[in-house]
Write a protein that binds this ligand. Structure first.
Ligand SMILES: Nc1ncnc2c1ncn2[C@@H]1O[C@H](COP(=O)(O)OP(=O)(O)OP(=O)(O)O)[C@@H](O)[C@H]1O
Ligand SMILES: [Mg+2]
Length: 264
């Protein structure tokens, strides 16, 4: 995969780029060739504000996961610029990118991806161990108490409920104090009560610990936990909403089901 040559203008941080935990500028990405070509992202420009909880919504196939993967440096873009803080990901070599992902970014996926043979605590501290870093004990204690896992730390994933397992995954993402956490459908495998626990925890990590979180979700009531919502359709950002409620998000999403509803 080749990156587009950055223009001279791209060599300078965009005005205000430093205010964002992550940003995309004119990012496009497609899959396949010729007749099978799919444009997953079509000239997307967006900034993720620091210390806020941003939800990404849109119909299936609208490019939500692709946007998240590109912004997190898990996937290369065809053209455009992605930044984490002031660092331009699209210019980094593989090794530098791996290090940046490890040090600056936390991930939470729909499948919890816990190591079955390790305890909850060992799972939480594993990535830092791999990176050769010692967890800051005070911070770790705070994270563990916020997710409410203190009584379950010695249990293995198979001895935890789905919600508890996802809270372990959340604590693992937070333990290294990343600049930004990307979560793709973190409550997709949870019942509504466990989902609410995890969402409540994500929101309090933003409000109380100043964490920045971007969360892809299909669920308007999950999006209502966020501070801002981005709506994607056909690989473009077509709308944003501040201080969302489930009702308003649901109402907006209904527009996508109508013929031409994405055109606004
Ligand atoms: N590896 C791939 N190869 C080919 N096409 C892909 C690939 N990954 C995604 N796509 C296509 O790119 C488009 C955007 O996919 P993406 O996974 O980003 O959508 P999404 O909004 O996350 O959808 P969902 O809500 O179903 O998870 C879709 O049309 C999809 O089929
Ligand atoms: Mg997806």
């Amino acid at each position: 995969m080749t990156y587009s040559a950055p223009s001279t203008a791209d060599a300078q941080p965009a005005p205000g780029a430093g205010d964002f935990a992550a940003s995309a500028e004119h990012v496009s990405k497609g899959y396949g060739r010729d007749d099978a070509r799919v444009v997953a992202l079509d000239d997307v420009t967006v900034g993720i504000p620091r210390g806020r909880f941003t939800a990404v919504m849109g119909p299936s196939g609208s490019g939500k996961s692709t946007l998240m993967h590109c912004m997190a440096g898990l996937d290369a873009v065809d053209s455009g610029v992605v930044r984490i803080g002031g660092t331009e990901l699209t210019r980094l070599k593989d090794k530098q990118l791996t290090r940046l992902r490890r040090d600056k970014i936390g991930f939470i996926f729909q499948a919890f991806n816990l190591v079955p043979t390790l305890t909850a605590l060992e799972n939480i501290t594993l990535p830092m161990g791999i990176a050769g870093r010692k967890p800051d004990q005070e911070w770790l204690d705070r994270v563990i108490d916020t997710v409410g896992l203190r009584p379950r730390l010695k249990h293995r994933p198979s001895e935890l409920s789905g919600g508890q397992q996802q809270r372990v995954a959340c604590a693992r993402a937070l333990a290294s104090r990343p600049d930004i956490i990307f979560a793709d459908e973190p409550t997709g495998n949870l019942d509504s009560r466990s989902g609410a626990e995890v969402l409540g925890f994500l929101r309090s990590s933003v409000r109380e610990m100043g964490q920045t979180i971007v969360m892809v979700t299909h669920d308007p009531s999950a999006a209502a936990y966020a501070d801002d919502v981005l709506f994607l359709s056909d690989g473009r950002i077509v709308d944003t909403m501040r201080e969302p409620t489930a009702e308003r998000v649901l109402e907006r999403m209904k527009g996508f089901d109508l013929p031409g509803g994405t055109a606004r």
